[in-house]
Design a protein around this ligand. Structure first.
Ligand SMILES: [Zn+2]
Ligand SMILES: [Zn+2]
Length: 467
């Protein structure tokens, strides 16, 4: 993890050898220009190694435990990142990367020098990354991409497996961009840790937000972050809005803004009593037949690299907001969509009147915010989409039911919610009364108020399903 001064001087003079002005560079032939670009990249990595060493040392001398006598504080900065940010004129995010890598480098240096038992496994798997940065063979951006993409060491993956993946990615980074390396690192992590897919999906989803704020000039601006199928839906609409059009003199951004406000207006005007969901599906998911049959593995949203859990695929297909594309092991398409499982417009009108909104206990979301959930597992049930096997749930509760394995059981005309064992070990059934006034009055009492054992004789046995 050292760069001899002779090497740094050599990379600098190799670069300078191509000329010392934009005029000189402009005069190079194409192949010389590409050589100059390669020389620049080599020198830049060598210089970045110094940046990382310096950042690591500044961070150590600015340790929180040193209080006001720390280097950053003495110079008027709250953090070492702040000091470096101000000194380099780069971005804050860049300063954070240098400090993280610099701190990691000193830990890993300790790891290579120290006895085995003094080294944490987390430090050990990152050794190939910091070594390559220190040797000037890996850029800081690529190093950061590998670390973030491979994620944390936890019970699901071994340090050895992460280290092997890190070794491979460091080698691949010589001929790939940092963005591409990040994508491959994410895929490597998913391959190592299939069970973690649902967890990482949740982590991505937890980052979602939307904010809007009035600016001093009176305009309203904002930002947002969306994951997975929400992201896919947003992009599908955005791409459609920004398609080039010759007889439209608005900019692409203006067309997208107009369409977005149009959608808000439609949503705001929507009748609370309409169940939507017969729309043209905007999101497509691909899943292997073997994965679906074995219920082990994951699928992908079209045009997205991050896998999504089977629970998510089930939920998307449950309501018909997506088209499932089923593949066999050779990559051949087996089936596209399964329209027969979708509830019809007429059935949705029936749900609206019968359920009156989300039937999850205590939820007040109106019908227009709801999705139609199939209470029976579709495959097991032979694909029936009878109205009694569907129930309205708002999106949040629909997600909860699929992702956390709540079950909905039907007995006669009443519906019961069974919590998963980790929420309620006894799995005591909870009533799901209709919120429709008609139904309440027809029943003379809130339906579902009686325990399931009190269902009328001859009532069909409860039917359970995860879908
Ligand atoms: Zn569902
Ligand atoms: Zn709800």
């Amino acid at each position: 993890m050292t760069i001899p001064t002779s090497q740094l001087a050599a990379t600098a003079s190799a670069l300078a050898g191509f000329g010392c002005s934009h005029v000189a560079i402009d005069a190079l032939t194409d192949s010389q220009l590409l050589e100059a670009q390669a020389a620049y990249a080599t020198h830049h990595r060598a210089v970045q190694a110094y940046g990382v060493w310096i950042a690591g040392a500044i961070a150590r001398r600015s340790a929180f435990s040193l209080g006001y006598s720390g280097l950053a504080r003495r110079n008027g900065f709250g953090t070492p990142e702040g000091l470096i940010h101000a000194a380099t004129g780069g971005t804050k995010a860049e300063a954070v990367k240098f400090v993280q890598l610099g701190s990691m480098m000193s830990q890993a240096q300790g790891a290579t020098d120290a006895h085995d038992d003094e080294v944490t496994p987390e430090q050990r798997w990152q050794i190939p990354i910091v070594t390559a940065v220190g040797d000037g063979t890996l850029s800081v951006d690529a190093a950061d991409a590998i670390r973030r993409g491979l994620g944390q060491l936890d019970a699901a993956v071994t340090a050895i497996a992460l280290r092997e993946a890190a070794d491979r990615l460091v080698a691949e980074a010589a001929v790939a961009s940092a963005d591409e390396i990040f994508r491959r690192a994410r895929q490597a992590r998913d391959a190592l840790d299939a069970d973690g897919i649902a967890l990482r999906q949740k982590e991505r989803r937890d980052l979602r937000y939307f904010s809007a704020k009035r600016r001093p000039d009176g305009l309203v601006g904002g930002s947002y972050l969306l994951a997975d199928e929400d992201a896919a839906l947003m992009l599908a609409i955005y791409d459609r809005s920004t398609e080039p059009s010759i007889d439209d003199n608005r900019t692409a951004g203006q067309r997208a803004a107009d369409d977005f406000v149009g959608l808000l207006r439609i949503g705001a005007d929507a009748d609370d009593g309409t169940v939507f969901g017969t729309r043209t599906p905007a999101v497509r998911v691909a899943v292997q037949q073997a994965v679906r049959e074995s219920r082990a593995g994951s699928g992908f949203l079209q045009d997205a690299d991050d896998p999504v859990s089977l629970e998510t695929i089930d939920r998307l297909e449950c309501d018909g907001g997506t088209v499932g594309v089923l593949f066999d092991n050779d990559g051949q398409v087996v089936n596209v969509g399964r329209e027969q499982r979708l509830f019809t417009t007429r059935q949705r009108i029936g749900f609206a009147v019968r359920d009156g909104g989300c039937r999850f206990p205590g939820c007040q979301r109106p019908v227009s915010w709801c999705e139609a959930h199939h209470i029976n597992q579709w495959l097991r049930d032979g694909g029936k989409t009878n109205i009694e096997d569907g129930i309205l749930l708002c999106r949040m509760h629909h997600m909860l039911v699929h992702d956390n394995h709540w079950e909905i059981l039907r007995r006669g005309a009443s519906y019961w919610l069974q919590p998963p064992p980790d929420i309620d070990p006894a799995q005591t059934l909870r009533p799901m009364p209709s919120r429709s006034r008609v139904i309440r009055e027809l029943a003379g009492a809130p339906p579902g108020a009686a325990p399931p054992g009190a269902a009328p004789p001859g009532a069909p046995a409860p039917q359970a399903g995860r879908q």
